[in-house]
Design a binder for this molecule. Structure first.
Ligand code: IVH
Length: 675
C-alpha cells in the first residue's frame, strides 16, 4: 500500500502544481477530489505511513498556534526606495563606479504583500518565517503550508541539500474582495487593502482558517551556500524548474533606458494584474558582483526599489463633515463620490485641519484630486478649478462642536480646533477605546464597536466602569453601528460574547503598570514615556505626587510632558479614576523583579549593539540596562563600546574604528559583566 500512497501523493502534488503554479490544470475538480479522498482514506488506514508534507496536510488544523520566534540564518534586509529616474541614475552610477567588470541588471515587479523566507532541506519544506525585525521573525510554517502554490516537495533532483528562498505572500484581488464582503456581512471591519489582509491572514492562529482565504506566494530570491548559478536570473529559472512560482516577469536590462522602459510598462500594466504591485525592483544580476558591492546597515547596495508615484484620481467632494477625536481635536473629513483607487474603493478622506482646507481652497461640490501614497489613508491633494460649480461658496470651518455644541477653541500656534468639553461623547468613548487598545490594556474582546454600545446604554463613562460590568447587565444588548467607511453593521451580545468580554476584562488586571499608565491616555505620554515614568516612580501614588521639577530631572522627560502629567493628576476626576482602578485590582506599581538592577558594572556607559547574536538583540539590550548601562542606536564619541554581532553593517564598524571606540564580541561582553 505504501507504493499507492506515494504515487497518489506525487500525482496530487503534480496537479496542484499545474493548477496553482502554472494555472494550466489537466484534470477536473471532481477527479482531483477523488484522488484526494482516496489518499485521505489510505493515510487514515495506515497512520504509520503519514507524512507532514503530504498534499492532505495542506488543509490546516484548528489547533491554536503560538508563533515561535526564529532567527534568520541570513538577515532579511529591506530595499532602498527611489521615486525618480534621477535617483535611479545615481544608483546605476554608484554601482558602475564600484564594479570593475561590466554589469547587467534584473528588473522585477515589486509585489505588495509581506515577505517570507522558506527553508528547504532535502527537497522538502522545512520552515517558513516572516521578516519580523529582519533578524528574527515568526515561524508561520503551518499557515504557509496552506498556500497551494508553495511546493511542499520539490521536483527534480538538482536542488541544494539546504537552501532558503524568499518571496512575497500576496492576497489576490478576488480573495480580498470576497473576504471583505464576508466581513461586512458578519458585521466585522473590512481590511483596508490586500496587503493588510494578507498579513492579518498569515498571522491567524488557526491554519484551517488561513486555508479558507486563498493566498499566493511569488518567489524572487535564492540564498544558500551552494546555489546552482552565479546569476540571480538563472537561479530563479532553476527554482522555477523545482516547482516554485517564479513569475515570468523578470527581465534582464543593461542600461538606465532599458530599466525606464520596464518601469513605464509596468506602471501601465499594473492595473491589469490580479494582485497589487507597488513598484519595480532593480538588482545586480551577478552574485559575485553583489558580494563586491556589499550591504548597508539594512539594505543591500546591489539592489534598489523604484516606487510608482501615488495613484491619483478625480472625484466629487459631496460634503464635508467633522469628527471629534479622543482628545477633542476636530478633524474635517471629506465625503466623496465613491471612486476606485489603488485597489480599493474610497469614500472618505481626511482634510486634516482648517488651514489645509484654506490652503487648497476646497469647497463642497468641488471636483478634487485624491491620492493614495504608500500608506492606507487617502488624501486630497488639490482641486480641479475648471470643474467648480458656478454658485459654490468658500468653506467656513464650524465654530461649535458637532457632537455636544460647545464653542470650539484653538491654541496659539496650533492648527487644530478642539472641543473643550471633556464630557463630549466621542471624547469619553475615545478615552475608553484608547484604554482597551492593543498597546494599552489589550482587551480585544471589547473591540468592534462594543464600547459604543456600552456607552449608549449608560454602562461605561470612565475606564474603571468596565471592571464593574456584570453578565446580567450586558447580555442581550444590541446595536447597529456605522464604521468610518460608512458601512452599517449590527453587534449583539450573546452569551459567548459576554463571557469573552468579561474574561478579557478580568485578564487585563494582569497588564503591567507601565501599560496601565499608557492606557490612562495622559497627553504626550506614549508607550516609551510611560515606561520611563513607571521605572522611575515605581507606583502610581509616587507619580501622582511627583513635582514638575522631579519629572523634568529625568532624561527625556521634557517640560511639555511633565506639565501634562502634573495637570492630569491635579484633576479630581482623574484621582477618582485612579482610586477606582486600584480597587478593581489593576497593576499600579512596577513588578520589582522585572526592573531589578543586577549590577552597576556598566553604569554611565553607553553601548551600541549591532548585528546578530546567539540570543535576541532585545535581550542583550535588557542585560545592558540590568547592569546599569544605556543603549544607543548610533555611534558617537560618547559610546563606550560597540557590541558587534555577526553580519554587522560595515559602516558602524568603520565609524567605531575612526572614533577609536572599542569593539567587543558577544563573548567579551558576557565576560565584561561576569555572566
Ligand atoms: S528582493 C535584499 N524582489 O520589498 C533584498 N523584494 O522594500 C531582497 N519585495 O522586503 C528583496 N517584491 O518584501 C525583492 N521582486 C522583489 C520584491 C521584493 C517585493 C519586497 C520584499 C522586501 C521589500 C523591500
Amino acid at each position: 500500500m505504501e507504493e499507492r500512497i506515494l504515487a497518489l501523493r506525487q500525482e496530487l502534488e503534480h496537479h496542484n502544481y499545474l493548477y496553482y503554479v502554472l494555472s494550466q490544470p489537466v484534470i477536473g475538480d471532481c477527479d482531483y477530489d477523488m484522488l484526494m479522498k482516496e489518499l485521505e482514506r489510505l493515510e487514515k488506514e495506515y497512520p504509520w505511513l503519514a507524512d507532514a508534507n503530504s498534499p492532505t496536510q495542506r488543509v490546516g488544523s484548528d489547533i491554536n498556534l503560538e508563533f515561535q520566534q526564529v532567527r534568520h540564518r541570513y538577515p532579511m534586509l529591506s530595499l532602498d526606495n527611489t521615486y525618480s529616474k534621477g535617483e535611479l541614475a545615481d544608483f546605476d552610477a554608484r554601482v558602475k563606479k564600484e564594479l570593475t567588470e561590466e554589469c547587467r541588471y534584473v528588473c522585477e515587479p515589486k509585489y505588495d504583500g509581506l515577505s517570507v523566507s522558506l527553508t528547504y532541506r532535502d527537497g522538502a519544506l522545512l520552515r517558513a518565517v516572516t521578516r519580523g525585525d529582519g533578524i528574527q521573525g515568526d515561524d508561520v510554517t503551518a499557515n504557509v503550508r496552506t498556500i497551494r502554490s508553495v511546493p511542499l516537495r520539490l521536483q527534480g533532483n538538482d536542488f541544494p541539500e539546504e537552501f532558503e528562498i524568499r518571496g512575497e505572500i500576496v492576497m489576490p484581488h478576488s480573495t480580498f474582495e470576497k473576504l471583505n464582503a464576508e466581513r461586512m456581512e458578519a458585521g466585522e471591519t473590512p481590511f483596508a487593502n490586500p496587503r493588510n489582509a494578507a498579513s492579518g491572514t498569515l498571522k491567524m492562529q488557526k491554519s484551517a482558517q488561513v486555508a479558507k482565504r486563498p493566498l499566493d506566494c511569488f518567489l524572487y530570491f535564492l540564498l544558500g551556500e551552494t546555489l546552482p548559478s552565479n546569476s540571480h536570473y538563472e537561479n530563479l529559472e532553476k527554482a522555477r524548474e523545482w516547482g516554485f512560482k517564479i513569475p515570468p516577469y523578470a527581465a534582464v536590462c543593461h542600461t538606465i533606458d532599458d530599466i525606464s522602459t520596464f518601469i513605464a510598462g509596468w506602471d501601465r500594466e499594473r492595473n491589469n494584474l490580479p494582485f497589487d504591485i507597488d513598484g519595480v525592483v532593480i538588482k545586480v544580476d551577478n552574485l559575485s558582483q553583489q558580494k563586491q558591492l556589499g550591504m548597508r546597515a539594512k539594505s543591500p547596495r546591489w539592489a534598489v526599489a523604484y516606487k510608482f508615484p501615488a495613484e491619483r484620481v478625480e472625484t466629487l467632494l459631496e460634503s464635508i463633515s467633522y469628527q471629534v477625536g479622543r482628545t477633542g481635536t476636530v478633524t474635517p473629513v471629506a465625503n466623496l463620490s465613491p471612486v476606485r483607487l489603488a485597489g480599493t474603493t474610497v469614500k472618505r478622506a481626511s482634510l486634516h485641519n482648517a488651514d489645509q482646507i484654506q490652503l487648497l481652497g476646497i469647497r463642497a461640490g468641488d471636483t478634487v484630486y485624491v491620492e493614495k501614497g504608500g500608506e492606507i489613508i487617502p488624501k486630497i491633494v488639490g482641486v480641479n478649478r475648471e470643474k467648480r460649480p458656478a454658485h459654490s461658496s468658500p468653506t467656513v470651518f464650524i465654530s461649535h462642536c458637532p457632537e455636544c455644541g460647545a464653542a470650539l477653541q484653538r491654541n496659539e500656534g496650533e492648527a487644530a480646533w478642539f472641543c473643550p468639553d471633556r464630557n463630549c461623547p466621542p471624547q469619553v468613548k475615545g478615552r475608553i477605546e484608547h484604554f482597551i487598545s492593543r498597546k494599552a490594556m489589550n482587551i480585544d474582546s471589547l473591540g468592534e464597536g462594543k464600547i459604543e454600545a456600552l456607552y449608549d446604554k449608560g454602562l461605561v463613562r470612565i475606564p474603571s466602569d468596565l471592571y464593574r460590568l456584570t453578565a446580567a447587565q450586558i447580555t442581550g444588548l444590541e446595536k447597529i453601528i456605522t464604521d468610518d467607511e460608512g458601512n452599517r453593521r449590527k453587534i449583539s451580545f450573546g452569551t459567548r460574547t459576554v463571557e469573552n468580554m468579561l474574561a478579557g476584562i478580568e485578564a487585563s488586571k494582569k497588564i503591567p503598570f507601565e501599560r496601565v499608565l499608557y492606557a490612562l491616555g495622559i497627553r504626550y505620554v506614549g508607550e516609551t514615556i510611560a515606561q520611563k515614568l513607571a521605572r522611575n516612580f515605581r507606583d502610581i501614588d509616587a507619580l501622582a505626587k511627583a513635582s514638575y521639577e522631579e519629572m523634568t530631572a529625568i532624561d527625556e522627560i521634557g517640560e511639555r510632558i511633565a506639565g501634562s502629567v502634573v495637570d492630569f493628576f491635579a484633576r479630581e476626576d482623574n484621582s477618582a479614576l485612579v482610586e477606582n482602578l486600584k480597587q478593581a485590582g489593576l497593576q499600579l506599581a512596577t513588578d520589582e523583579d522585572a526592573f531589578r538592577q543586577k549590577s552597576d558594572i556598566l553604569q554611565g556607559k553607553t553601548i551600541v549593539v549591532s548585528g546578530i547574536f546567539s540570543i535576541p538583540r532585545d535581550d542583550i539590550k535588557k542585560i545592558i540596562e540590568e547592569h546599569g548601562g544605556k543603549n544607543a542606536g548610533s555611534i558617537s564619541s560618547h559610546t563606550a563600546y560597540l557590541l558587534a554581532g555577526e553580519k554587522m553593517g560595515p559602516e558602524k564598524l568603520k565609524k567605531a574604528e575612526s572614533l577609536k571606540i572599542p569593539v567587543i564580541s558577544e563573548e567579551e561582553f558576557y565576560r565584561l559583566i561576569e555572566i
